[in-house]
Design a protein around this ligand. Structure first.
Ligand SMILES: Cc1ncc(C[n+]2csc(CCO)c2C)c(N)n1
Length: 225
């Protein structure tokens, strides 16, 4: 399928090249695929990502605040729940197995690349509407969906299999589709069916592009514990 996560996402992704490819094919990702990523880098990334998820949960909670319909609220609240109940749980589990306690995880000092990304997303939501916020959130959700799907098919090692299964699995792929539908519907509701002709479109694509670059920075941070 050429638009597995909806129409707007496909258009925004095309506008964000080559940053999109740098994000989804980063050396960190290729290391997960081949099992060559040093364990130390992976655990460092997971600890930072735990802090990232705390702020991302806040951003998705803001999407509930910025919703204008019940179905928008349902989609946003479903993501808040998936984040807090499942994704953060994955990090806690893997870190605990590696001897990093939940207290240590919570006390992780946030790296600047991490802080820049989540505060950029929150600011997009604070000063804008649901569209500005979703444009900043989409690269994270769909990027990991693409990476998970590709690595499920191409991985040559089982070392990072739990991580790959989480994002390549049916549940997560369904969540990406749901966010794609939320984005398409929210755009149509606010800007009309021809949303790419709206004067707001280029700014939304710019927000998506910046968030994509911040994802590249996050992977790069992961490689430098
Ligand atoms: C740097 C970074 N980017 C994206 C994700 C993936 N992710 C974060 S929130 C969310 C949506 C709800 O599941 C998803 C998929 C991550 N973990 N870390």
């Amino acid at each position: 399928m050429s638009e597995p996560y909806g129409k707007a996402f496909s258009l925004m992704r095309a506008e964000a090249e080559p940053a999109w490819r740098a994000y989804t094919h980063h050396a960190f990702v290729e290391g997960l695929k081949a099992g060559t990523l040093p364990r130390e880098a992976f655990l460092h990334y997971l600890q930072q990502d735990y802090v990232f998820l705390i702020h991302f949960s806040r951003a998705w909670a803001l999407a509930v605040v910025k919703s204008e319909t019940h179905s928008e609220m349902l989609a946003a609240v479903g993501t808040v729940n998936a984040l807090v109940a499942e994704e953060m749980q994955l990090h806690i589990g893997i870190c605990e197995a590696a001897g990093i306690s939940q207290e240590a995880l919570f006390a992780t000092r946030e790296r600047a690349e991490n802080l820049a990304y989540t505060r950029f997303v929150l600011e997009a939501g604070y000063s804008g509407d649901l569209l500005d916020l979703l444009a900043a959130l989409a690269p994270c959700v769909m990027g990991y969906g693409e990476i998970g799907k590709r690595l499920t098919a191409e991985a040559t090692s089982t070392l990072y299999g739990d991580w790959i299964d989480t994002y390549g699995g049916d549940d997560y792929q369904a969540a990406c589709k749901a966010v794609g539908t939320l984005l398409d519907d929210a755009l149509e509701r606010r800007l009309g069916a021809e949303f790419t002709s709206s004067p707001r479109w280029s700014r939304l694509c710019q927000t998506f592009h910046t968030a994509t670059e911040l994802e590249v920075g996050f992977w790069q941070m992961g490689l430098t514990p």
